[in-house]
Write a protein that binds this ligand. Structure first.
Ligand code: PXG
Length: 442
């Protein structure tokens, strides 16, 4: 036997893979060993175009020299330092850098290590804020059907993807959901924001009537619901949500874990839609995916509500050992430099129409029932196979891998969101592979 020619079997591997079909995967693994720019390479050296920026996070492309060397330098200089009653300069420097990029007055930053932690942090901040102002009766948290807010208890509870919730018991008490905005009958093959559905925001009024608005602390939505299938908000919808929240004193949280960091052609999705929330949750692209990190941005008024009481009291009993980890701050600072120097915050706006044309050119291929796009995101929805939901898109995922593209599928929806540095010729290649795959997927 030639050992080098036969990769070791993973079938009995100890690794319990997250959000994966463990047994199916381990029988025929799809491994990534190296990455550069918009490409991954398999252990055998086969080149794959990265159609989803790792997992919606490597916005500046892979293994960027500036980020790599910043992390290398940092790990040799200060590997870890606490920020509970202590500090290190990079944490303050990075927070100030983020504040300078923040929309409106969302300039106070709480660091976490992931999107899930950012979400749970934002929910706790919302509850604590109301309590600090003498409105401790605002205890309810409202999410949206088909929303994804990570996997911690708070985020799972406000999330609206049934399969992610149903096996975990009662989750968090006092949570309710507004309706999702997906309406393919009226909006199929929309380009950018669909025209129909702003009135779906009024579903929040229904929950206000049911629970009484004085019991509601916050509403959390993704400006574009990405994991739930790339559900782009109808024209006027986010504005209406904002107005209803304002009317009832409810905080509005935008979960921008994906829509932040240039994905929609502005630094934040908030700026693209021109609707200002009270809190923004981020992660992923904050370090270009290099080192785990997340951050919650909050308005000045929220921060100031905590800065009362005795100075020798902890204002917010919350935080993680690795909040503002030195490696993450170094990676984040270098990432922001790359984004700014290369104009990546606005690159998706430049590519938008080209990307949109290429995506919608797939209309008419077998089983394609909808195509939607916004910024540098596209979704191609396939009709499910009878009795086997998800199987068709999974086949497409595997075929694309064999043909040289890494694409993401959720249920029967193919999601594409490549690194923002992508060239038009790479966009062509990505869609060409998807086209060939769809032509041959029954
Ligand atoms: N909020 C949003 C809006 C997200 O998209 C999270 C929170 C959680 O982030 P962490 O860092 O805890 O995973 C996410 C994560 C996919 C996919 O393909 C999306 C995410 C993660 C993995 C896969 O749709 N989003």
């Amino acid at each position: 036997m030639n050992d080098r020619a036969t990769p070791p079997s993973l079938e009995n591997s100890a690794f319990f893979m997250p959000f994966s079909m463990n047994r199916h995967f381990k029988k025929a693994p799809r491994l990534l060993a190296r990455a550069q720019g918009v490409h991954y390479y398999t252990p055998e050296g086969r080149k794959l175009i990265d159609g989803i920026s790792g997992l919606w996070c490597v916005n500046a492309g892979h293994c960027r020299e500036r980020i790599v060397s910043a992390v290398q330098k940092q790990v040799a200089e200060l590997d870890f330092a606490p920020t509970f009653q202590m500090g290190h300069p990079l944490a303050f420097e990075f927070a100030d850098k983020l504040a300078s990029l923040a929309p409106a007055d969302l300039k106070r930053i709480f660091f976490t290590n992931s999107g899930s932690e950012s979400v749970d942090t934002a929910l706790k901040l919302a509850l604590a804020y109301h309590r600090a102002r003498g409105e401790g009766h605002r205890v309810r948290l409202i999410g949206r059907e088909r929303g994804y807010h990570g996997v911690n208890f708070g985020g799972t509870a406000v999330g609206g993807m049934v399969g992610n919730r149903k096996i975990f018991g009662a989750l968090v008490a006092g949570v309710d959901h507004i309706r999702h905005t997906h309406d393919p009958e009226k909006n199929a093959f929309s380009r950018g924001q669909p025209r129909h559905g702003a009135e779906l925001a009024d579903d929040l009024e229904r929950l206000c009537a049911l629970h009484d608005p004085s019991t509601i602390a916050a509403v959390i939505v993704e400006p574009v619901a990405c994991s739930g299938g790339v559900l782009v908000p109808p024209v006027g919808y986010l504005e209406r949500l904002r107005a209803i929240c304002d009317q009832h004193g409810i905080l509005l949280i935008f979960d921008e874990v994906i829509t932040g960091w240039g994905r929609l052609g502005k630094t934040f999705g908030t700026q693209h839609f021109n609707v200002i929330p009270d809190l923004i949750t981020t992660a992923k692209g904050i370090t270009n995916g290099t080192v785990p990190m997340g951050a919650v941005f909050m308005r000045e008024q929220l921060y100031q509500a905590f800065m009362t009481g005795p100075e020798k009291a902890i204002e917010m009993p919350h935080g993680y050992t690795y909040s503002s980890h030195p490696l993450a701050c170094a990676a984040g600072l270098a990432t922001m430099q790359v984004y700014e120097e290369e104009g990546l915050f606005t690159r998706a706006a430049e590519l938008w129409s080209y990307w949109e044309e290429q995506a919608h050119a797939l209309k008419g291929l077998p089983n394609v029932i909808d195509i939607r796009n916004i910024g540098l995101i596209a979704a191609i929805e396939l009709a499910p196979r009878a009795g086997a939901p998800g199987a068709r898109a999974l086949d497409a995922h595997i075929k694309a891998f064999e043909r040289g593209a890494y694409i993401r599928v959720a249920a029967d929806i193919i999601a594409l969101a490549p690194p923002l540095i992508i060239a038009k010729s790479d966009i062509d290649q990505l869609f060409e592979i998807v086209r060939e795959v769809l032509k041959t997927t029954d």
